[in-house]
Design a protein around this ligand. Structure first.
Ligand code: ZN
Length: 278
């Protein structure tokens, strides 16, 4: 499935298809549907009865297996996350052992006699050893093997990896299209949520996170050191990554800069007046 705002981008896939790139890099900001797009591409590469525009047919044996998440020639790879209820925080790293599994997979012969496809999401979560291991196989890919790398931050990928890939940039929908999409799910909250997520319409909306973020914002309006320390303790109990806190706070600071210049704020539109006063 492709989200409607990404449909025009499929034409690029269609155009590059004849060149048969053995590695693709699909990049763009988080929350715009890159993963679904990448899976659609994988399904198309494996489909045994391609339709016009290189669209997967949806009903051949290969498409059936794909839709049941049991296609033997498709290997999706993501970071292994530690249990968030345990003592460790989530660690989003693709390690070299995982990439070795990809290499083993790449050297197998295809079960269904067609291509084999590995999807690496997000590619920047490979650590240095993993990235180097992948690079070797990108330099000499086995016949019939296709790699799809998906990246939220392609500047964090090795230039040597990027240069081996056919790069396709995916864009977020325009504001009205995104807002209409988010409104279907979140009604009145849509404007604020969409702004917080930088205009990207796909996100996990976890209520306890929203509540925690609201608490932070009210603290930042009247900051007191002791209250901030209490907040730090509450935040810590949720086992959220520090990057989450930095994201919330960084967006606040950016909005503050905009408010200072009398510009509309970006991430917390409901706080516009407050930010101006501060
Ligand atoms: Zn098919």
């Amino acid at each position: 499935m492709i989200y409607p705002w990404l449909e025009p981008i499929w034409q690029q896939i269609d155009r590059y298809w004849q060149q048969q790139p053995h590695s693709w890099l699909l990049y763009g900001q988080p929350g715009i549907g890159k993963r679904a797009f990448a899976e659609h591409l994988a399904q198309a590469l494996l489909c045994e009865s391609l339709q016009a525009g290189h669209q997967p047919c949806g009903h051949c044996p290969s498409c059936h297996l794909f839709n049941q998440h049991s296609h033997p020639d498709f290997l999706p790879v993501s970071p292994e996350e530690t249990d968030s209820t345990g003592n460790e925080r989530k660690q989003a790293v693709i390690k070299v052992e995982t990439v070795r599994k990809v290499l083993d997979f790449a050297h197998l012969s295809a079960h269904r006699g067609g291509r084999r496809v590995a999807l690496i999401y997000p590619a920047e979560s490979m650590n240095v050893q993993a990235a180097n291991a992948l690079l070797k196989i990108l330099e000499e890919p086995p016949l019939g093997m296709v790699f799809i790398l998906v990246s939220h931050h392609k500047d964090r990928l090795l230039p040597t990896i990027k240069s081996r890939c056919r790069q396709v940039g995916l864009l977020k929908p325009d504001h009205n299209q995104a807002l209409a999409f988010v409104q279907q799910q979140y009604g009145e909250e849509a404007t604020n949520l969409l702004a917080f997520h930088g205009g990207a319409p796909l996100f996990d909306n976890e209520n306890n996170h929203n509540q925690l973020r609201d608490e932070l914002l009210s603290l930042l309006v009247k900051p007191r050191l002791l209250a901030l320390l209490d907040y730090a303790a509450v935040f810590d109990k949720q086992k959220l990554a520090l990057a989450t806190f930095l994201d919330w706070f960084g967006k606040w600071l950016l909005d503050m800069i905009l408010a200072q210049q009398n510009m509309p704020v970006m991430y917390y539109p409901a706080m516009q007046q407050t930010l101006v006063q501060i």
